[in-house]
Design a protein around this ligand. Structure first.
Ligand code: AMP
Ligand code: ZN
Length: 502
């Protein structure tokens, strides 16, 4: 199967023509969330970018197996630089006095529900690290057998220096040079004196007595290192060499670099043919970060309950906002940008509605307009084929929107179009909006359906209010939970309760 798709490969730092390893099939692995806290908007941006990539590959006709893991063990505070740091999930379980698996289940549910709210398709497989301990142990053993790891006091470390010297390939993804690696001082080791070299990393960690999650192994009772899970699970479900590996660019080093080393160290094969990295989400020009209050949750965005925004925005407006930037560019979230995105989204959906309602009433003249529209349709595809350039593809859809509105307004004549072209335009518009970008129609305020939904929601809010006044918590909880399943969020404020989809 041939396609004209080009993708930017972080491994070669070049845009390359996409050729899948097995004809017509694509294997794609994306690093999933560590489920110890609510999913944040930055995560949503990355997963939405890969959702569009997944959707587009399927649109092109590929049979895609999309694997996105859930990290539920082994991700330590400080991203595993120091193995005496606490496991993020264990820590949360300790603080909340819950079982680690309760933490994992709670945040996994929240994550999956947020993915549905943004209309991200579920992956084909969503494996959990704790469900693949045996595969990870086997990989540790294979790396040890090949001489690229060593055991100290029950922990096993990947020997980066030996691997780099023998294969010459450590650092390829992140651009780190072997000489720099060798020059790193042992002083950097601090309390990690079990390691031979600062850049070595643990692939099996002996659990200290306090550590809750632990498995018996031939080295110690312990748990696998964070980097190892992705190597083991991608190999299990996609094979030793697969098409695409993705994640945010903050994972390039050390996580992805170490994944490559582990796969090569275990079987001598380079895991992914193409490495795709998304860029970060910013807010008001700065990286979104909890520590300096520069953060906003998806719920706050939906309800408008944040000092950073003037009003709430629907999930589809936010999705549209994400499509307006390329996945390899940073995306800056500001109130003005969201307000503009809302206008843009409505204009696009309105143009689509106008177009889909158009009935052919021309006389089949393939005139200049016909040619222009066909060229623009071709251009939309070209832009998406150019490393999934959603902002440029959107810009072309807006050029087409101007034509659609002018045909409707009578400034352009349908006589200059063939019926085929109108049909193709309708198809292209709906393919791009719904199938590829994954946008959905919003319930329109003031429309017949919208008014009815508003009326029903007011009734439900009233019933809940009465139930609360009567301390009938069963009914009020049932209403809230059922609405939550329908992705409707209630917001109690000074002026009563309002609702928002998402
Ligand atoms: P984590 O749960 O922190 O391991 O992150 C899950 C995914 O979200 C990874 O692919 C990260 O690279 C990505 N990610 C984290 N923060 C951001 C951000 N601010 N913008 C975009 N992607 C992010
Ligand atoms: Zn990973």
């Amino acid at each position: 199967m041939e396609s004209n798709l080009k993708v930017y490969n972080s491994l070669t730092r070049e845009k390359e023509t996409f050729r899948s390893i097995h004809d017509g099939k694509v294997g794609m692995y994306v690093c999933g969330p560590t489920v110890y806290s609510d999913v944040h908007l930055g995560n949503c941006r990355t997963f939405t970018s890969f959702d569009v990539i997944y959707r587009y590959l399927m649109y092109l006709g590929y049979k895609v197996r999309y694997v996105r893991n859930i990290t539920d063990v082994g991700h330590l505070e400080g991203d595993n630089v120091d193995i005496s740091a606490e496991d993020k999930i264990s820590k949360k379980a300790r603080l909340e006095e819950l079982e680690p698996m309760e933490i994992v289940q709670h945040y996994t549910n929240g994550f999956q529900s947020m993915m549905r709210i943004f209309n991200n398709l579920p992956p084909s497989i969503e494996p959990r690290a704790t469900g693949h301990i045996i595969e990870q142990m086997n990989m540790v053993q294979a790396i040890l057998d090949n001489g690229y790891a060593y055991e100290v006091n029950g922990s096993v470390y990947f020997d980066t220096v030996k691997f780099a010297q023998e294969t010459g390939s450590y650092g390829q993804l992140s651009g780190r040079k072997i000489e720099d690696l060798l020059a790193e001082s042992r002083d950097n080791l601090k309390n990690q004196s079990e390691k031979k070299h600062p850049s070595d990393f643990a692939i099996w960690i002996k659990a200290d007595p306090k550590h809750i999650m632990r498995w018996p192994s031939r080295w110690s009772e312990g748990f696998p290192g964070w980097h190892l899970e992705c190597s083991a699970m991608s190999t299990k479900y996609l094979g030793t060499h697969f098409d695409i590996h993705g994640g945010g660019n903050d994972l390039k080093f050390p996580h992805h670099e170490n994944e490559v080393a582990q796969n090569q160290g275990a079987c001598g094969c380079s895991p992914a043919k193409y490495w795709l990295h998304t860029n970060m989400l910013l807010m008001n020009g700065k990286k979104m970060s909890k520590s300096d209050g520069n953060t906003i949750t998806p719920q706050q965005l939906f309800t408008g309950d944040s000092e950073h925004i003037s009003k709430g925005f629907s999930p589809m407006v936010i999705r549209f906002f994400m499509m307006q930037s390329h996945y390899r560019s940073t995306l800056d979230l500001t109130d003005e940008a969201l307000l503009a995105a809302e206008k843009g989204y409505r204009r696009l959906m309105e143009a689509n509605k106008t177009l889909q309602e158009m009935v052919y009433a021309g006389n089949a003249n393939a005139g200049a307009l016909d040619k222009e529209i066909n060229q623009l349709i071709q251009k939309v595809h070209e832009e998406m084929n150019d490393d999934f350039n959603t902002p440029k593809a959107l810009a072309i859809l807006f050029e087409l929107a101007t034509k659609i509105n002018s045909i409707k307004g009578g400034q352009l004549s349908m006589d200059d179009l063939t019926e085929n072209t109108l049909h193709l335009l309708k198809q292209t518009y709906s393919d791009f909006i719904y199938t590829i970008f994954g946008l959905q129609d919003e319930i329109e305020a003031g429309s017949e359906g919208g008014e009815m939904v508003d009326g029903l929601m007011n009734l439900i809010i009233d019933i809940r209010q009465t139930a609360r006044e009567n301390k009938d918590w069963g009914t009020s909880d049932k209403i809230r939970d059922t609405l939550k399943d329908l992705e409707i969020v209630l917001k109690d404020g000074k002026d009563g309760t309002s609702w928002v989809k998402g």
